[in-house]
Design a protein around this ligand. Structure first.
Ligand SMILES: *Cc1c(COP(=O)(O)O)cnc(C)c1O
Length: 398
């Protein structure tokens, strides 16, 4: 047998959570079970027609078949700048303050590599989208986690970070509206983060993947709306969730020049940008006046109704679940006496429903579960009934 070994650093990486969950769900499907997957946050509805049609025109154009511009096409970057102005009232220079990405995940991972290494420190919320901490660790940086406490509205206590830690920190990651908790951040909190990052020369990285997925009249801000933010803050804006475009891989990083520049430099050595036809479709997504707003309104009406159905249904079973103002996630404590992994396994086996164990988002996710509202109301109704029945039959502990 050949003894080929991957790099030692790969031992840092656990298997990607959703791969594991998919495997378990698939095993049950093979047994003939009808599994309802509320695990991965991947919109179930199709990309709107006007975007697909723009893509079909773009894909036929031979000039789009060549290597893309590494940093994003001029048209794409200009369109992002115009969007930030129209949506958030924020001015950015499309040349120096916008870089196109092959999805936010790509940009998040590579910005960490471009900013932090051995001896550096990265501030990461817990629970959080796993990419921030895993990439920082892989890059050899020290990860300091900031607990998101329900009593604080799942906002980290920035005042509790000591002076030494601030001084060694290279980046602070924030994500509001938040995955996995569904929490939102008031502008005052973002302003506090900008202030502290300016004082300590820390790059504030705001993942705004759920900016458009909001309910009950709530509108999510951009961190770049905070005066002075552009000096220290970079925001990730993804087309994946708002336009049902997860498979297309298109997003942008917008803001602090230092971040845009170093990310562009790394990417120019490493990938060759997003397919230009996809960028062209993204431009169409934003630019056809009124269309994007209609898409958001339609999607939020759908997710809002799903949210109410599941929240009301699960509350009735005695689960302690609150109604988020944003994201398509519900975050709630596992039934008493169960770890999040045990609860996830329990609901898969006794309700054929995939719920994500909160522990997968960090130690502070222990004891919690996440539901993604990415199935039809009919399927969600069945899931609620199955979960209710499973809870009924569960042997009581203690
Ligand atoms: C879904 C998600 C992303 C990934 O976005 P892509 O643009 O599809 O890579 C990034 N951050 C968070 C918090 C997400 O939930």
């Amino acid at each position: 047998m050949a003894k080929i070994k991957p790099a030692a650093r790969m031992a840092e990486l656990p298997p990607y959570l959703f791969l594991e969950l998919d495997r378990l769900a698939e095993a049950r499907r093979k047994l003939g079970r009808d599994v309802i997957n509320l695990g991965v946050g991947d919109p179930d509805l199709p990309t709107p027609d006007y975007i697909v049609e723009a893509m079909m025109r773009a894909v036929k154009r031979p000039s789009n078949h060549r290597y893309p511009n590494y940093l994003g096409s001029e048209a794409f970057r200009r369109s992002m700048a115009q969007w930030y102005h129209r949506r958030f009232g924020v001015e950015v220079d499309p040349q120096r303050e916008v870089v196109g990405l092959i999805g936010s995940k790509e940009g998040i991972a590579h910005l960490i590599w471009a900013m932090a290494g051995p001896g550096d420190l990265v501030l990461v919320p817990d629970p959080a989208y796993p990419v921030y901490a895993t990439q920082a660790a892989l890059a050899g940086a020290e990860v300091v986690t900031l607990a998101l406490d329900p009593a604080r509205g799942f906002l980290p206590d920035l005042g509790s970070i000591d002076e030494q830690t601030w001084r060694r920190a290279k980046m602070l990651w924030l994500n509001y509206p938040n995955n996995p908790t569904g929490a939102i951040a008031p502008k005052e909190f973002l302003a506090e983060a900008v202030d502290r990052c300016r004082y300590y020369d820390v790059l504030l990285c705001h993942d705004n993947a759920y900016a458009e997925m909001t309910y009950d009249g709530y509108r999510a801000p951009s961190v770049l709306q905070i005066p002075g933010a552009k000096e220290v803050a970079v925001e990730f804006y993804s087309f994946s969730k708002p336009f049902n475009m997860t498979g297309w891989r298109i997003a942008a990083a917008v803001g602090a020049r230092v971040a845009v520049e170093v990310l562009g430099l790394l990417k120019s050595h490493l990938d060759s940008g997003a397919f230009t036809a996809v960028q062209e479709a993204a431009v169409a997504a934003l630019q056809q006046e009124g269309k994007s707003e209609q898409v958001f309104a339609r999607m939020n009406a759908i997710y809002g109704a799903r949210r109410d159905l599941v929240v009301d249904g699960l509350k009735a079973t005695g689960l302690d679940i609150s109604r988020p103002l944003a994201t398509f996630y519900l975050w709630f404590p596992a039934p008493e006496g169960m770890t999040s992994a045990a609860a996830s396994k329990f609901f898969l086996e006794s309700a054929d429903t995939v719920l994500t164990p909160g522990r997968a988002y960090g130690p502070h996710g222990e004891g919690w579960l996440r539901i993604a509202l990415t199935e039809s109301e009919e399927r969600l109704q069945s899931a609620v009934e199955r979960i209710a029945a499973a809870i009924q039959t569960r042997p009581r502990v203690g």
